[in-house]
Design a binder for this molecule. Structure first.
Ligand code: NAP
Length: 475
């Protein structure tokens, strides 16, 4: 389910393993996942492109360090074609439900258009950042101007010469701001919580690197490995206030000081929570754009939206032509709106009512032969998510090898319990539970989305023999 990075990786690896009997269901019209949906101006990835690609299909670029949305989407289309996946793809086919049948030991999958399919194994790869979240602000629906979410950009609406409100200053809001401010007459940027922002290294490679990448292509592999190691060894300790947290905060404060001269504006942009609690922004354009004469950073809370603009807590009304919601995604709902039922009719919604959890983020007792790619507690803010996806896909393939002639595989409750205990301890050592509010956790404060350790740790855990944690059932 899903034809983003996760689903395509799974499909390509199935092909590479000689398995051809699979279908990829995609609710939209093409592959790409979030990189198909997010087309806002400036959309790109702050993870270097060499690292932000599959190890079996490495991205090569001798010019640019960071990929833009268009390049990533083209890369995913290239993977789809190179691994001959189009024939397996069913587009416009959202999944409404997946029910495990006790009598057949198979899964009954229904699409939103009412089709029914039967499968032995179901793998969900729907991602965590695909359902836009619009804020619950009174009067939102009364606004008479143009409004849209960053993941549903209206390219038919010309922002030139308009007065625009941008609500939200996360990665998406920060990336698009300079592009909007360049054409709009005025931009009001509504910030609820400041983010830690660190500088982005130079976008273009220098002449020596270009020469090496062109003449000695293996150096691109070295560069990829160095990026990976740097992220794991230097960035991942930040989340648990390890050795690099203070230096990272110092770098971020210096970046702010250098780019924002006005002390009042700087104060508004200074976070009061530990770095790493929210996703760190890697950005060079957000702060300078706030210095522009046509841009105002508004930090008074929004009390309501009127037909013509926005009213803040201090009572000020700012008229605007357009409101851009850079307000993030419904991250903790995972497989919603799908209805998934396992053995004995147990519902996934009920199992996850207090927050999603899964063994290594991939499997649950009572849900035989159901796997998740990018499931609970597997997303990263400090390294390439593609690495995590590959670990999961490799692990799922190892699970499938335990069923050479078919059959059912289910994670043992003890393995799930031990893993969850370890996970919660690891999370308790991070800054996430108490440091701030973020999309990493549920309304009740349970951290359900990010991985709380190094990616090397995850690699080690997913290299174990799944036979230690799973049992084979007879239907
Ligand atoms: P986000 O990080 O969840 O940011 C949402 C923003 O909207 C936050 O600033 C939030 O404020 C604000 N907001 C939400 N509700 C609000 C309200 N009612 N009033 C005022 N402000 C409100 O979403 P995102 O920027 O779309 O990014 C989501 C994730 O996508 C990122 O964290 C990152 O993992 C990924 N991403 C990655 C890249 C990349 O370059 N790799 C680029 C884009 C996105 P609070 O902070 O106070 O909640």
């Amino acid at each position: 389910m899903g034809a983003g990075f996760g689903g395509l990786c799974m499909a390509a690896e199935l092909k590479r393993a000689g398995i051809d009997s699979f279908t990829i269901f995609e609710k939209e019209g093409d592959v790409g996942g979030i990189w198909r949906d997010n087309t806002y101006p400036g959309c790109g990835c702050d993870v270097p492109s060499h690292l932000y690609s599959f190890s079996f299909e490495k991205y090569r670029d001798v010019a640019l360090r960071y990929p833009e949305q268009r390049e990533i989407l083209a890369y995913l289309q290239h993977v789809t074609d190179s691994y001959d996946l189009r024939g397996h793809l069913r587009t416009g086919a959202g999944i409404a439900s997946a029910d495990y049948s006790e009598s057949t030991g198979r899964w009954v999958v229904r699409t939103t258009s009412g089709e029914t399919h039967i499968f032995d194994i179901v793998i969900s790869a729907v991602g965590q950042l695909h359902r836009p979240k619009l804020p619950d602000i009174p009067g939102r629906d009364d606004f008479k101007g143009e409004s849209f979410h960053t993941a549903k950009w209206n390219h038919d609406y010309d922002l030139s010469g308009r007065d625009v409100a941008v609500i939200g200053t996360g990665s998406s809001g920060a990336q698009l701001l300079s592009h909007v401010a360049r054409v709009a007459r005025r931009v009001d940027v509504y910030q609820r919580t400041p983010n830690w922002v660190v500088p982005k290294p130079r976008t273009e490679f220098g002449p020596v690197t270009r020469w090496a990448f062109t003449r000695l292509p293996f150096t691109q592999n070295i560069y990829r490995a160095l990026n990976y190691l740097a992220a794991d060894l230097a960035l991942s300790p930040i989340i648990a206030r390890g050795w690099s947290a203070r230096p990272a905060e110092w770098v971020a404060r210096r970046h702010l000081r250098k780019q924002i001269r006005d002390p009042l504006l700087r104060a508004k942009l200074t976070p009061d929570y530990p770095i790493g609690c929210k996703r760190i922004l890697i950005d060079n354009t957000f702060y300078p754009t706030l210095n522009r004469a046509n841009v105002e950073l508004v930090t008074d809370g929004i009390s309501r939206i009127t037909p013509t603009g926005i009213v803040t807590a201090d009572g000020e009304h700012r008229d605007v032509d357009a409101v851009i919601y850079a307000t993030g995604f419904r991250t903790t709902e995972f497989l919603v709106p799908m209805r998934v039922r396992g053995r004995g009719g147990v519902s996934l919604d009920e199992r996850w009512a207090d927050g999603a959890e899964a063994y290594l983020g991939m499997a649950l007792p009572e849900f035989p032969n159901l796997f998740f790619v990018h499931g609970p507690n597997t997303i990263l803010g400090h390294n390439s998510n593609i690495f995590m996806i590959e670990c999961q896909v490799r692990y799922v393939l190892s699970c499938l090898r335990l069923l050479p002639g078919g059959g059912l595989l289910e994670v043992r409750p003890e393995a799930m319990r031990d893993y969850q205990r370890w996970l919660e301890k690891a999370i308790s050592r991070t800054v996430w539970p108490t440091g701030c509010q973020s999309w990493y956790k549920t309304a009740s404060g349970r951290v359900t989305n990010p991985w709380p350790a190094s990616t090397m740790r995850y690699r080690k855990l997913t290299r174990r023999d799944p036979a230690d944690a799973f049992r084979v059932l007879t239907p």
